[in-house]
Write a protein that binds this ligand. Structure first.
Ligand code: FES
Length: 87
């Protein structure tokens, strides 16, 4: 996973799973924590290191407590090897 920023400054997390890419907000919905800087990514799950809540990055859905609010997700397309996120 990698962090990217919108022109507004909002941080996104970009994930690669096989040959597919996914994008979510970078901030954990449980606290002010960057998932790309403080979390770990395995399979399709990103885990926040602060309280070990986690999310399915393909849907944004929380899959482990204490996270209850979904991450915002963004459509991603790849053109000529460049990842584009639609916001
Ligand atoms: Fe991420 Fe609590 S701040 S799980």
């Amino acid at each position: 996973m990698r962090q990217a920023h919108l022109p507004t400054g909002r941080a996104l997390a970009i994930y690669r799973i096989g040959d597919k890419f996914y994008a979510t907000d970078d901030k954990c919905t449980h606290g002010e924590v960057s998932l790309t800087e403080e979390g770990s990514f395995d399979g399709c799950i990103v885990e926040c290191s602060y309280h070990f809540g986690s999310f399915d990055v393909t849907t944004g859905a929380p899959v482990a407590m204490p996270c209850e609010v979904a991450l915002r997700t963004y459509p991603v397309r790849v053109e000529n090897g460049v990842v584009h996120v639609e916001v």
